[in-house]
Design a protein around this ligand. Structure first.
Ligand SMILES: NC(=O)c1ccc[n+]([C@@H]2O[C@H](COP(=O)([O-])OP(=O)(O)OC[C@H]3O[C@@H](n4cnc5c(N)ncnc54)[C@H](OP(=O)(O)O)[C@@H]3O)[C@@H](O)[C@H]2O)c1
Length: 339
């Protein structure tokens, strides 16, 4: 059995289910997709994709593999030369790296500056995509539609301007939302707002510091936390609606929660409150939003939708005969991810 050099730089992730454990197991299939990540963790990507391959009886397998990001260029070039490789994910650590080595970029991915998907085109060239923000956008659009509302023209306050904030803010602005990006480090929010306005050719994005949260949420249709406030670890007891001073002493947490309560009182009751953090229990921001009766959106539909969108980009044409393919893939992936 022929193998390509890329495999000498990568090891198979030790996922509890649904990840090939060896090259032989992987290469026994007609085609394969790979998602490189910089460290081993219980990611859901291979589990979700392999469940879909099984369901549609496709002779394809996805493997999450662990490698060093400094070898990204070599690894991609070796995979590119292998006819069995048809693309795949671009996971933790590789998202910003792989963007430099694909042959072509989808315009949204180019504006974001990071990719979570690689598609091998019929020409053999590699195209980079970013479906993270699109995945979030789809989950929000569904919720807005249920309330008879549209994304276009809606005022959306985005708390955070890191990698995920970038992807979400650009994807929402691309479809006409007005976004206000509020970040602890104002310069990062300003840089993102300029990039968004350049991308959409409009002035739909504004940047603010955390001292503007109260003012900006007063007339917001949607408020999304994409900062690490509320994520497991040092920030897990902090609300996203107010600054979070470390260390996480009872006094600092109480100060944050008190300030957040004041802000909550000013949010229109019709607003959708959302937090993309993935944790076993709702974040303090989402918990209080639920207690106050707001419509809320957590990070789960985003993870599933970004996978669905990616799967459809790679396999949509060959699975075109299936009616309602997107919702079928969503059901399969959601069940497989088992959140
Ligand atoms: N649901 C999903 O599918 C999904 C996918 C990816 C990520 N996520 C979640 O999204 C969150 C952000 O991830 P990321 O990759 O964007 O992280 P990141 O690139 O490291 O960005 C972190 C963000 O949090 C802010 N932040 C950190 N400490 C803060 C503090 N003390 N006070 C206020 N803001 C603070 C940062 O502000 P500065 O710029 O000032 O440092 C920055 O905006 C994480 O909770 C992650 O788990 C969810």
């Amino acid at each position: 059995m022929m193998t390509n050099k890329a495999f000498s730089h990568l090891t198979f992730a030790k996922l509890p289910i649904n990840n090939p454990a060896s090259q032989d197991e992987l290469l026994a299939h007609a085609r394969y997709t790979i998602t490189p990540v910089e460290h081993d963790y219980a990611g859901k990507t291979a589990t979700m994709w392999n469940a879909a391959y099984l369901h549609f009886k496709m002779d394809v397998v996805m493997a999450m593999m662990v490698g060093e990001t400094r070898q990204a260029k070599e690894v991609l070039s070796d995979f590119k030369g292998d006819p069995q490789y048809i693309g795949g994910g671009s996971g933790v650590g590789f998202k910003d790296e792989n963007v430099k080595y694909v042959d072509e970029l989808d315009p949204l991915a180019k504006a974001i500056g990071s990719i979570n998907l690689i598609q091998k085109l019929p020409s053999g060239q590699l195209k980079g995509w970013n479906t993270d923000g699109i995945g979030y956008r789809q989950s929000l659009e569904k919720l807005l539609a249920e309330k008879g509302l549209m994304l276009k023209g809606a005022k959306i306050v985005i708390l955070g301007a890191g990698g995920t904030g970038n992807a979400i803010a650009l994807a929402l602005a691309e479809k006409g939302a007005r976004v206000v990006i509020i970040n602890r480090t104002l310069e990062k929010a300003e840089e993102l707002a300029i990039r968004i306005n350049t991308f959409v050719g409009d002035t739909c994005a504004q940047a603010k510091g955390e001292d503007s949260i109260e003012e900006e949420v007063k007339d917001a249709s949607v408020i999304i936390n994409v900062s690490t406030k509320g994520a497991t670890g040092a920030f897990e007891e902090y609300s996203a609606l107010a600054p979070a001073k470390l260390p996480a002493t009872p006094e600092n947490i109480a100060e944050n929660m008190e300030a957040a309560k004041k802000v909550f009182d000013t949010i229109p009751k019709t607003a959708i409150l959302s937090d993309v953090v993935l944790r076993a229990t709702p974040s303090p921001f989402l918990k209080e939003a639920q207690e106050r009766g707001f419509v809320t959106l957590d990070g789960v539909p985003m993870v599933v939708n970004q996978g669905v969108e990616a799967f459809i980009i790679i396999h949509g044409n060959e699975l075109g005969v299936y009616v309602d393919l997107r919702s079928q893939v969503y059901e399969i992936m959601h069940k497989a991810a088992n959140f």
